[in-house]
Design a protein around this ligand. Structure first.
Ligand code: UDP
Length: 240
């Protein structure tokens, strides 16, 4: 099944794509490159909601594994996503693209709080809305944040740009014989525990009939190709 006509999308980028070839942090040249691709997508007339992870800076689970309190570590992770959102906002605005950052953890001097109606208005005016801090609660990830915002903003699809070019039956980094799915059902992803997004994010997309498009954002120009219906990707949606 093909994707529905796209008017509004949610684009989720893993934090690690902002670090370029570095081992950690933010590579401004790479963020600028990403920003150009996002601007080009916006210029096709799409309304874009953006969610960026924080894994290039801090992941709560990693902190907890080293003895930190999990909830505390997760709040640090959420703050990392705000830093990434600000970096992307800056890169987009340098290209003349109007943006607003809305954070689920309130930070009044830095960005807006999440207000759905205000976000709607921003999108109507052609602004890109960057949603930061995930769902605003520990024990979640930005995948869940992306699914939640995609549902409340009534996005036609959730595009997950990551370092893998789709969903495989086995981990392609460890199993060269792994096969990529062209399309796959939400329930198969959940039953087979395929590492696409968190189970809560997949379930939220399933319950709200939001297709998830998993693709590699590391390949230059791939966002445009995938949005145009070509390009390597896996679509997670209801089948049959
Ligand atoms: N996080 C959280 N609640 C949320 C979103 C994020 O606690 O709703 C924390 C969590 O610690 C997570 C970190 O922020 O590990 C960074 O987000 P994520 O791991 O989703 O980033 P990505 O893997 O996409 O770069």
């Amino acid at each position: 099944m093909a994707l529905p006509q796209l008017k509004r999308i949610l684009l989720k980028l893993s934090g690690e794509v902002l670090m370029g070839n570095q081992a950690f942090g933010i590579d401004p040249a790479f963020v600028a490159e990403m920003a150009r691709e996002i601007r080009d997508a916006r210029d096709t007339g799409l309304e874009i909601c953006l969610v960026i992870g924080g894994g290039n800076i801090f992941r709560g689970m990693a902190g907890a594994a080293r003895g930190m309190d999990r909830a505390q570590a997760d709040y640090m992770g959420m703050l990392a996503t705000v830093m990434n959102a600000l970096a992307m906002q800056s890169a987009l605005e340098q290209l003349g693209v109007h943006t607003r950052v809305q954070s689920a953890v309130q930070m009044d001097t830095v960005c807006e709080p999440v207000i759905r109606r205000r976000a709607e208005r921003h999108l109507e005016k052609g602004r890109i809305v960057i949603f930061a801090a995930g769902v605003g609660s520990p024990y979640f990830t930005t995948d869940s944040g992306a699914a939640l915002r995609a549902a409340e903003m009534k996005c036609d699809a959730l595009f997950k740009g990551t370092s893998v070019d789709g969903v495989y039956d086995l981990d392609p980094k460890r199993h060269p014989e792994a096969v990529r799915y062209d399309t796959i059902d939400y329930d198969t992803v959940l039953a087979d525990n395929l590492q696409v997004m968190d189970a809560s994010a997949v379930a939220l997309c399933r319950d709200n009939s939001i297709p998830i498009v998993v693709f590699s954002i590391r390949e230059k120009g791939n966002l445009a190709r995938v949005l145009a219906g070509s390009g390597t990707r896996t679509i997670v949606q209801k089948e049959g």
